[in-house]
Design a protein around this ligand. Sequence first.
Ligand SMILES: *[C@@H]1O[C@H](CO)[C@@H](O)[C@H](O)[C@H]1NC(C)=O
Length: 395
Amino acid sequence: MEPLAPRAMRWLVLALLCFQLGAGVVRIPLRKGKSMRELMRDKGVPEGFLKNLKGDPGRKYQFSNAVTYEALTNYLHSFYFGEISIGTPPQNFLVIFDTGSANLWVPSTYCQDPACVNHNRFNSSMSSTFSSIDVTYTLRYGFGDVAVALGYDTVTIQNIVVRNQEFGLSLDEPSSPFYYLDFDGILGMSYPGVGISGYNTLLQNMMQQNQLEEPIFSFYFSRNPTYEYGGEVVLGGIASQLYTGEILWTPVIQEIYWKIGIEEFSIGQSGTGWCSQGCHGIVDTGTFLLTIPAQFMSEFLQALGAEENDYGYVVDCNSVPSMPTLYFGISGTQLSLPPSIYVLNNDGICTVAVESTYVPSTNGQPLWILGNIFLRQYYSIFDLANNQVGFALSA
Ligand SMILES: *[C@@H]1O[C@H](CO)[C@@H](O)[C@H](O)[C@H]1NC(C)=O
């Protein structure tokens, strides 16, 4: 029995080695881009055109060839994005890590539109690992359609390497808004049900190819974002430095998007009763604003004393500290959203960072989208193994 101890030691050493050589938890820094209004103004778009932008609601989550729409229209929108690469040798792209859609697409050299030429374009003939599929799809956006051809290639995100990943190569992108945007493409992280059917999503392949330390990813959005550092997406786990206190877990109620239940919504001390029959909330890292069920929008704005004008839902900046805190009742806990988070101050113009929900509710229950504004207050954890979402106070 003498060799047992050394063998046990060897196993321990091996186990430690494996742990250190494993993919580990990967932290990808996110940058925060400018708002649509700022981007378009920088590129010389006349103010009159900017005003007209506001009337066009985003149309995320509508289907065309079973593909999701992405809202890119509201001029208050801005985006958080980080770097990935595709192909061998790697070609780099800035993408939104979007829990509200399921497909990956980037601009490609098949596309000669100004919107494509103005961005990093994937050149498939420069990649030795690329293979094409003879399939094209149309991704519908509020401003127009993005046509993509499907292909397979290696996708690399730091030390995560996913082989034979299906992705879209753009064929056609409308100038507005894509020409103006400061990211290249979109990386969908929602359940496959909202994506192009018949292909594995990037997350499915990450799991199948053992590239995630754990089947979990999480997001941190800074309360004071800059272009250099807007937050982080953490793949394969949770980064305890990025939150404080306990994690509140709540089940995913429908494996389409990341949809959770909201039991109650209060404005200050007053319960609204809007969720007395239950509300649903989509946790969406690809939507900037908080969206309010359309039927409650005017009551909500009235309660906050906000007035609609060309800049959005405007409030007096001096009154912001005395505005009510909002509370979302989730899994028996009240998650608060103070005015310092839900009111944006752009050069002395204060706007409530909300819009009405543009996604139709599937079962008549009022639908909210908990976008980046909500997620600046709460570090969010997406647990694929247990189909649950966790929230903890952002650090
Ligand atoms: C794509 O790469 C090929 C091979 O290197 C090159 O000949 C071609 O010009 C590139 N296309 C574009 C649009 O850059």
